[in-house]
Design a protein around this ligand. Structure first.
Ligand code: 5GP
Length: 231
């Protein structure tokens, strides 16, 4: 199969007939790829978590690119043109938000914050406003409105899904793509690589921050997220 793109942790292959195969590799990166390792099993853990979450969202009426989870670490997906805008949802202040603004770390954000970022490692995914996104030709004004609405719906659904499993959905990043018909659907993955998860009782970190901050036990915590997501 022809490779379409090789990303930092996933490879995308052309499967023909408007479909693609996404392979979740064991690589894990931080700091726009400056820090990189391979963790055995990470690819299949993230694929399984993402498959469960994307299926859950489909059941609740959110259209996604996932057609079939090909165990252990591949997705057959609808081929889409990825919109180069990362949509970030925040329910609790932490991470880059508290580095850039005077929010108290760990405080609840109600209503949640929706942030757009320019998906571009060379520029370190800077925050966008609508005018910059439009001036750069990244998408249309309507696309921004649709992505914001869908991201808030995903947040409502996932916050409850995780709460029932003893996990606080702190924040996460979504990517959307356009189908050949011009419809915007949810793409990429939803996993401990793209979300912050804290244990509801202990507030223990269960996501990629363990790798970013050298906290150890990365695979152990990713596996625990998988166990709870599949329960
Ligand atoms: P922050 O802006 O605080 O660094 O990240 C907010 C949330 O979005 C976190 O859950 C983080 O994992 C996710 N996120 C933001 N940018 C990226 C990115 O480029 N790649 C991945 N995998 N996640 C991101």
């Amino acid at each position: 199969m022809k490779t379409i793109t090789t990303g930092k942790v996933k490879t995308v292959y052309d499967a023909g007939e408007g479909k693609a195969i996404i392979e979740f590799r064991d690589d894990i990166t931080a700091g726009d790829g400056a820090k990189k390792e391979a963790k055995e099993g990470k690819g299949s853990i993230n694929a399984e978590i993402s498959a469960r979450l994307l299926r859950f969202l489909e059941e609740k009426g959110v259209k996604t690119h996932l057609k079939e989870f090909v165990r252990p670490n591949k997705f057959l997906v609808t081929k889409v043109e990825i919109i180069p805008v990362e949509v970030i949802l925040r329910n609790i202040a932490t991470g880059s938000l508290v580095r850039r603004f005077p929010f108290e770390k760990g405080s609840e954000l109600n209503p949640p914050i929706v942030e757009f970022g320019y998906k571009n490692d060379d520029y370190h995914d800077p925050m966008l406003n609508n005018d910059i996104a439009l001036a750069l030709g990244l998408c249309t004004r309507d696309d921004l409105t649709v992505m914001r609405r869908l991201a808030l719906k995903v947040n409502d659904l996932l916050k409850e899904f995780f709460f029932e499993r003893g996990i606080l959905l702190v924040d996460f990043k979504l990517e959307f793509g356009k189908t050949s018909d011009g419809e915007i659907i949810l793409a990429d993955e939803i996993s401990p690589d793209t979300c912050r998860f804290w244990d509801s009782e202990t507030r223990e970190v269960m996501d990629k921050d363990r790798f970013r901050k050298d906290m150890g036990s990365v695979i152990e915590f990713y596996s625990e997220v998988r166990r709870r997501v599949l329960s």
